[in-house]
Design a protein around this ligand. Sequence first.
Ligand code: GUN
Length: 297
Amino acid sequence: MTQIISGKEISEEIRAELKEQVATLKAGTGVVPGLAVVLVGADPASEMYVGMKNKAAKELGIHSRQISLPAETPEDELLGVIDGLNADPAIHGILVQLPLPGHIDEAKVIEAIDPMKDVDGFHPVSVGRLQTGSGECFAPCTPAGVIEMLVRSGHDPAGKHAVVVGRSNIVGKPMAALLMRKGRGGDATVTVAHSRTADLGAVTRSADILIVAMGRPEMITGDMVSEGTVVIDVGTNRVDDPTRERGYRVCGDVLFDEVKDKAAAISPVPGGVGPMTITMLLANTVRSAEIASDRAG
Ligand code: GUN
């Protein structure tokens, strides 16, 4: 029987642990972890994500502040808002929802966030520290969630050949860094493949652990996976489906029905990596508050 790795269940397990950590921190130090989520403009998908982040934070007892700014907000004004949050001791995590409107330089905004409050893990200092293993940093939430799914489902990457398909800054690159770092959830031998890889199937068939984050619906087919592989599907794609009332269905980057028969374990879409991203954002925020309270104490 193929094991189904449920991000939904693992998420619930981690959120229950975080709820206890929040209560312990509050009882011991009076500190309540604070998360600020900044949304510029009214993109419906972004509004939905931001709403989910706020709700999840509140459920754990995390103080959540949503700052919604109009789409035409000048860059300077946004940078001023970030400066204010950097200086605010009640805020331990700052997340600026991406994408930002075209007139705003995303890199400049990300670099304005205090790296100690960069719970998205996108600041160049966070990226550098993840690579070097020096200093405190927060790992980007989606790949950090994949590591938790592997470890908690009994598939520790140590010593295994992990193949990452995709090289984005948000998933592929930090995923490889997390898998190859020393310690819990790391110590893997890592190959990164992407859209320009020659004979992708030969590479994916060599994986013990296959993590797919390409953003291409159902691209990994059964013939591209060896028997016994552990498969994590990071993709979330909408494809037209006239048989569904809403006219589309959501699928991953892996052709689930074919690959599940060969895989030892596989994460589904939806209900796989998706719920883990918000959970790891909350985990980073709680850790940031713990670090801040240790420093103050
Ligand atoms: N937009 C889509 N995903 C993310 C994310 O993980 N963080 C931020 N800041 N914006 C996003």
